[in-house]
Design a protein around this ligand. Sequence first.
Ligand code: KG4
Ligand code: ZN
Length: 340
Amino acid sequence: MENKNSYILAIESSCDDTAAAVLLNDKVLSNVVANQLIHNQYGGVVPELASRAHQQNIVPVIDAALKKAGITKEQLSAIAFTQGPGLMGSLLVGSSFAKSLAAALQIPLIAVNHMHAHILAHFIDEEGYDKPEFPFLALTISGGHTQIVRVDGFFDMTIIGETTDDAVGEAFDKSAKILGLPYPGGPLVDKLAQTGNPKAYVFTKPKVPGLDFSFSGLKTAILYFIQKNVKENSDFIELNKNDICASIQHTIIAILMDKLKMAVKETGIKQIAIGGGVSANSGIRNTLKEAEKKYGWKTFIPKFEYTTDNAAMIGIVGYQKFLTQQFESASVVSKARILF
Ligand code: KG4
Ligand code: ZN
């Protein structure tokens, strides 16, 4: 089977992005995402609205992915979809569509763990992109997850640290909300932080044992800090927005780096690959690049379009599962929570 070319259609619908991609083996032919802007006005993802938007978007998004790849659905070798974790109503749209199409075309159906996909996105074949070698450490940072994973093989992964409460993306988004910034706040905090002083304000880092994380205390500390200062000066946020964002981002990065350094020390593994929406953060990217020189690490930072939720990453896991014939029957079910 290894020598045969395979076209995989991948579908991702775990949260608020409807995405489809076509891969030819480990190369991405198309990677289409329809973002759901409807949630911005609510300050977070509204599950009911997400499911409805997925239903509206899924057919045009898949059509666009096939067209962009320049193939017809009859050429597909298999269909991969996100089984979980995610919002149940959102997952059901993608899995039901994938099941029906695979049955109609009589081709294999492949279920993909969204978190595996954020990690294995590094194996998408891109010119000039070095792939990590096993074993490596993956730092998965998104709106739903914060994990340090030891990766010994494509399907041999162990979570060695994770958040005990909020995910790091939530820390960015909730801090942004306190500052009156629209959802999702992460990219805006990043942008404002670029011209701010990261040492302007000090927020205490949480004390969590081992490799685990906690971000809920930081959010509360920021809330109290803002409330206190706004009481003294109602223009406090407006006047100091950039410094506040830079200081928040600096603290979040310091929390992540402390645990990464500890993980490297414990495992002796110096290859670090990052994934998830928050790995788009310029401060994190720069800090990791500096860590290469400072600590002798080798870091892997994927292309921007493979960091936030996308279907190409589902496709690369689909391809690995296709090679090893890990297929599902039509009775496979979506899972809001999924064991690693
Ligand atoms: O992986 P993702 O697209 O969806 C989930 O699976 O959660 O991650 C979305 C998260 C949001 O919290 C968003 O604010 C954050 O990634 N994010 C960022 C940046 N770009 C996206 N956070 C900080 N800096 C960024 N540049
Ligand atoms: Zn994600």
